[in-house]
Design a protein around this ligand. Structure first.
Ligand SMILES: O=C[C@H](O)COP(=O)(O)O
Length: 268
């Protein structure tokens, strides 16, 4: 079974004081799920040390929101995957739509970052998704397939499962406009079919093993419907991950969807 995964992406939010308050309130809410779910948070880079220490050995992992594809050298302002690994990160987001749209990252750039992350043992979380225009032009499948194919070209199909795919329709990010369960289900199934499309036994296994999580305006009230879909293996949560109660409730919904509710957790 694919282990359900929930990652909070704090984006460019927080302060020393706010992070401490958030993590201290969040940890008790996540305690019941730490064996059944894989949990992580991605604070802004300057706070990685602080949050790593706050998380301690609670089982909630640390992740970064971005990394350079380069190993070292004259790349002012960039941070290497080895640095993130040294700081205790387990995950790194690659190709978040905000990186693609605001900072011009191409499919090739993202694929190089995926490779770099893998090379130091980090788990790259490959973010893919279509814009509203692309959806309206019926291009969702093509766009997502190209984003994934670029990574397969770079690292090979069999290495795809060293990472996680996060489907995040751009039009649903931070807009309060969540994709419907039907829309999400179609794209997640498409991704799984695309990965398994050469019909070899190996590609079938890879397709079956690949974790595909959903992100885009996930809230406690819509989480259970999204996480109950058979091809959705968890969530990448933006805005709601900044609130301990909301993120805790989303973790509860994920556990509930998988029938993994711990005895000491009540759904309210
Ligand atoms: O990385 C997270 C996604 O961009 C989703 O953000 P959101 O939950 O605020 O829509």
């Amino acid at each position: 079974m694919r282990k359900p995964l929930l990652i909070g992406n704090w984006k460019m939010n927080g302060s020393l004081q706010a992070n401490e308050a958030l993590v201290m309130r969040l940890l008790p809410r996540l305690r019941a799920f730490r064996d059944s779910l894989e949990l992580g948070v991605c604070p802004p880079l300057p706070y990685l040390f602080q949050v790593r220490d706050l998380l301690g050995s609670t089982g909630v992992a640390l992740g970064a929101q971005n990394a350079s594809a380069f190993v070292s050298g004259a790349h002012t302002g960039e941070v290497s995957v080895a640095m993130l690994q040294e700081l205790g990160c387990r995950y790194v987001l690659v190709g978040h739509s905000e990186r693609r749209t605001l900072y011009g990252e191409t499919n090739q750039d993202v694929a190089a970052k995926f490779r770099a992350a893998m090379s130091v043992g980090l788990t790259p979380v490959l973010c893919v998704g279509e814009s509203l225009e692309e959806r309206e032009a019926d291009q969702t499948s093509n766009v997502v397939a190209k984003q994934i194919q670029a990574v397969i070209n770079e690292v090979g199909l069999s290495s795809l499962t060293k990472g996680v795919v996060a489907y995040e329709p751009v039009w649903a990010i931070g807009t309060g406009r969540t994709a419907t369960p039907e829309q999400v289900s179609i794209v997640h199934q498409d991704i799984r079919s695309f990965v398994g499309c050469d019909a070899s036994e190996a590609s079938q296994d890879i397709s079956e093993d690949l974790r595909i999580i959903y992100g885009g305006s996930v809230k406690p009230k819509n989480a259970i419907d999204l996480f109950s879909l058979s091809d959705v293996d968890g969530g990448l949560i933006g805005g709601a991950s900044l609130h301990s109660k909301g993120f805790g409730a989303i973790a509860g919904a994920l556990a509930e969807a998988y029938g993994l509710l711990a005895d000491d957790y009540e759904t309210h």
